[in-house]
Design a protein around this ligand. Structure first.
Ligand SMILES: Nc1nc2c(ncn2[C@@H]2O[C@H](COP(=O)(O)OP(=O)(O)OP(=O)(O)O)[C@@H](O)[C@H]2O)c(=O)[nH]1
Length: 323
């Protein structure tokens, strides 16, 4: 789920670039050809075909980050080649290329690519006899820096939006929307690589009593503490979600000993999760391992059924769905 907005944004920018390059550059393939500048026509043709192929690849594979990088370098190199082949007549193409680079790669990376292009432009022959090198560089720098500032701010806002979209405001755990998206991804990975994923639903025991006795604000603190304790016990690629209310979901790939892991986590929670007067707050676990043919619904249902049995068993215990 993380970076999903960014990937969608990159994919739409790449698609737009594909359309714009076909519509904008293709006519120049013919114009250059009929003007007798076959080399420039070939470079334009390579640019159009290259962009369309790369964009098509990104749409099919969703590998937007790496393709955006290749496209950014490709169009910067391409525009340099076309100015080299066609001279001052093509120099205005450098401006849209400079600006569009910021929509493909990270702002600081775009700035780096732009600076390389600007330095290379200094060595263009037969261009700066006609236009002023200083004006050209200053205007390029102005476009580059203003687009850098704009792109940096947009990137920050996108990150904030992503966090609002995927993180539970109270506890800082991932939210249910993130879980829905990540389960689909985990199922695809598990199916492809046969990774032994584990999904556990954690539910605080008698949490209503905590709220009733100590107040809602203390209940909130207990929820936050549970997230802090659990997060400290999992690896960086494991995920912890707030499923709703006092129910949480853990999704962990490649856990060699699932029983031992749950036992350790449960012990840590018993030891560390306390009410203000030092009373233990316990958790019940319903655990379901991925098996071939698992769907998102069946996975959650198996874990939920196991949790139900854990509650019926007296709480403060873990039940595995295959027990
Ligand atoms: N403080 C606080 N309480 C919440 C929040 N969301 C849900 N709750 C409370 O969680 C409690 C859940 O109560 P129940 O579903 O009866 O579960 P329980 O008391 O934990 O009982 P068992 O699950 O059967 O052990 C309710 O009192 C809800 O008000 C929240 O964001 N903050």
């Amino acid at each position: 789920m993380q970076n999903e907005l960014q990937e969608k944004f990159r994919l739409s920018v790449l698609s737009l670039l594909g359309v714009v390059s076909v519509l904008g550059i293709t006519p120049f393939v013919f114009i250059r050809y009929f003007q007798g500048n076959v080399l420039a026509a070939i470079i334009d043709l390579i640019l159009v075909l290259g962009i369309v192929t790369l964009v098509g690849y990104a749409v099919r594979t969703k590998k937007t980050r790496v393709v955006s990088w290749i496209v950014a370098v490709f169009i910067n190199t391409g525009v340099y080649a076309i100015v080299l082949a066609n001279g001052v007549d093509s120099v205005l193409w450098v401006y849209p290329v400079i600006a569009s680079t910021f929509f493909m790669v990270k702002p600081i990376e775009a700035l780096g690519i732009n600076i390389c292009l600007m330095v290379a432009c200094v060595f263009l022959p037969n261009v700066f006899d006609v236009i002023s090198l200083v004006s050209f560089l200053v205007t390029l720098l102005m476009v580059s820096v203003t687009t850098y500032v704009y792109a940096s701010r947009s990137e920050k806002q996108l990150r904030l939006l992503e966090s609002l979209n995927t993180v539970d405001e109270l506890t800082g755990a991932f939210n249910r929307r993130a879980l829905t998206s990540d389960i689909a991804q985990a199922l695809a990975i598990a199916e492809r690589k046969k990774t032994p994923y584990m999904l556990a639903i954690l539910d605080l025991d008698h949490f209503k009593m905590v709220n009733d006795k100590y107040g809602h604000a203390v209940g909130d603190e207990v929820l936050k503490d549970l997230v802090a304790i659990t997060t400290a016990k999992i690896r960086k690629y494991d995920r912890f979600y707030r499923f709703g209310g006092e129910e949480f979901v853990l999704m962990l790939p490649d856990i060699p000993n699932q029983q031992a892991f749950i036992h350790n986590l449960s012990t840590a929670i018993k030891k560390e999760l306390k009410t203000p007067d030092g009373k233990e707050v316990t958790v019940s676990f319903g655990v379901a391992s991925w098996v071939p043919g698992t769907t998102a619904d069946s996975w959650l249902k198996n874990a939920d059924d196991a949790l139900y049995r854990a509650k019926a068993n007296g709480r403060d215990c873990a039940i595995f769905s295959d027990d």
